[in-house]
Write a protein that binds this ligand. Structure first.
Ligand SMILES: [Zn+2]
Length: 489
């Protein structure tokens, strides 16, 4: 039976976050726990299921991941990397390996986590097929691509196909084991810093269609487009096109990758976003006639490394007097959640809500709140990453000036209705539904929203890419520099 090792360290590193990410911040799946992800629409779950479907033995090594956050401590990374190498070395004969990666991992002193890890795995395993799946928001390097026989980046944002792309990475290894052939990867880097862009509509959707057309015409194993992660200060930041192919298709596959990269570059101005601040977003929502209007605070998205306790949008909604027409789930504030749990349902409490992590995301909000409902915060995702458990920690539904405001204890963005439902909120009964997320929420809300309004308040995942200082690259990058060129000089 073909034995395929599964391993990975997956982290989206926002280098503008204060503080480092420690080993204890990660959750780690090993052995039976890794195999237990079967049926979950995640990268690990997809890889495990694909092995089973193909009649291969999935050999679980280690999968370590955590919420997007600051630069990873060196010792944390070295420990996980060594555990993976030791696990691979002692796993018995392996026919291939699939790495489950993000692409935007940055370690203290190592700007390219994935390149470093893939090179170490390649050194250890030699010429067996090694492929990898990636998040859409990686910042990739040719050094990393040189280690791999196939690169499979998730196509959609929301990332509804992580499990399918991981399955394709497994399929490719399976094919290469059986045929004896080996794929090769070529990466094209565009000097573009894209604001977070959904593939559900607009230019993101159009370019994805073009990508898939070029993939078929190119005749390779795969053609991927990594949007890139602009909230990271590394030399190789950008947007990326990656072709994976067998040598006989190399010329055509690379030509189509190049043609697609040119189309992306030509379309760059269409990725510009006109930002609305909190007051403008609330006014735009009030101008809509079709309900519920979903207002998403894109700039305080824990899924990009922010604290999740920003008060800008909530303050704007309260000042506009939206009252019982509106609900908001959620702000991350463990102290306020604990205070509500201590007081109990039915209590009136004086709270200091949010704005506790830094000064960027808004001041704390002083308010009198009624404790309407409490919950342990354990939900199961129902749209994106369907079937995957999510622990938001103790949650409380508070009523502030007649508005339902949900508070959670652990950092996460709002992916679907589950955090609302947990505390008894049916979003369809409200005119205005507010949440913190950039685009993943679309998987759970697009079908029910009368309209969607984007609030871009001051925050670490703002669309205003130009506010972030770039100390680690001197390259000319769109939209920071009007004279950026592709190919780069
Ligand atoms: Zn992503």
């Amino acid at each position: 039976m073909t034995r395929i090792a599964l391993a990975g360290i997956s982290h989206e590193t926002n280098t503008y976050c204060a503080g480092f990410t420690a080993k204890a911040d990660f959750y780690a799946y090993r052995g039976a726990k890794m195999l237990g992800t079967t049926g979950q629409e995640s990268d690990v779950g997809g890889a495990v299921d694909a092995c089973q479907r193909l009649g291969c033995e999935a050999v679980p090594i280690l999968f370590a991941s955590t919420q997007p956050s600051g630069t990873i401590e060196r010792a944390a990374y070295e420990d996980f990397k060594q555990e993976i190498l030791d696990g691979l070395a002692t796993a018995g004969p392996l026919d291939g390996c699939v790495l489950l990666l993000h692409g935007a991992g940055v370690v203290d002193g190592i700007a390219d986590l994935e390149g470093d890890l893939a090179a170490a795995v390649r050194d250890l395993l030699g010429n067996v097929p090694i492929t990898a799946s990636f998040d859409l928001h990686g910042n990739l390097t040719q050094h990393m691509a040189d280690q791999l026989n196939g690169v499979f980046v998730c196509h959609h944002y929301p990332h509804i196909d992580m499990h399918q792309r991981a399955a394709e990475a497994v399929q490719a290894v399976h094919d290469m084991v059986n045929s004896g052939r080996r794929g090769r990867c070529v990466l094209l880097r565009l000097p573009m810093l894209l604001p977070t862009t959904t593939t559900y509509e607009g230019v993101g959707e159009e370019m994805l269609e073009r990508l898939l057309w070029h993939e078929v015409e190119g005749g390779g194993i795969d053609l991927s487009w990594c949007h890139g992660f602009p909230y990271t200060d590394v030399e190789h930041v950008g947007s990326f096109v990656i072709a994976s192919f067998y040598e006989e298709h190399g010329e055509t596959a690379i030509a189509h990758a190049q043609a697609f990269a040119d189309e992306l570059w030509q379309a760059r101005e269409r990725f510009r976003v006109h930002s609305l601040d909190a007051d403008e977003a609330v006014a735009a929502a009030q101008a809509e006639q079709s309900y519920p209007v979903v207002i998403h605070e894109t700039s305080d998205n824990c899924g990009g490394g922010t604290p999740g306790d920003g008060t800008h949008l909530l303050r704007g909604m309260l000042e506009a007097g939206l009252g019982s027409d509106a609900c908001f789930a959620f702000l991350v504030d463990p102290a306020t959640a604990a205070q509500a749990h201590d007081a109990g349902v039915g209590a009136d409490i004086d709270i200091v809500l949010g704005g506790k992590t830094d000064h960027l995301h808004g001041k704390p909000l002083h308010a009198r709140a009624y404790v309407k409902a409490l919950h342990d915060g354990r939900v199961v995702m129902q749209h994106l990453f369907k079937g995957t458990p999510l622990n938001l920690g103790p949650m409380a539904r508070l009523v502030i000036d007649d508005m339902d405001v949900v508070v959670a204890s652990r950092r996460s963005q709002t992916f679907d209705q589950e955090p609302f439902l947990a505390v008894g909120i049916d979003v369809m009964k409200y005119k205005y539904v507010a949440l913190k997320s950039s685009n993943h929420f679309r998987a759970g809300f697009q079908h029910l929203a009368g309209a969607i309004v984007t609030a871009d308040t001051p925050g670490l995942t703002t669309h205003k890419i130009e506010v972030f200082p770039r100390q680690n690259t001197a390259r000319r990058l769109w939209p920071l520099h009007d004279n950026a060129q592709f190919p780069e000089p």
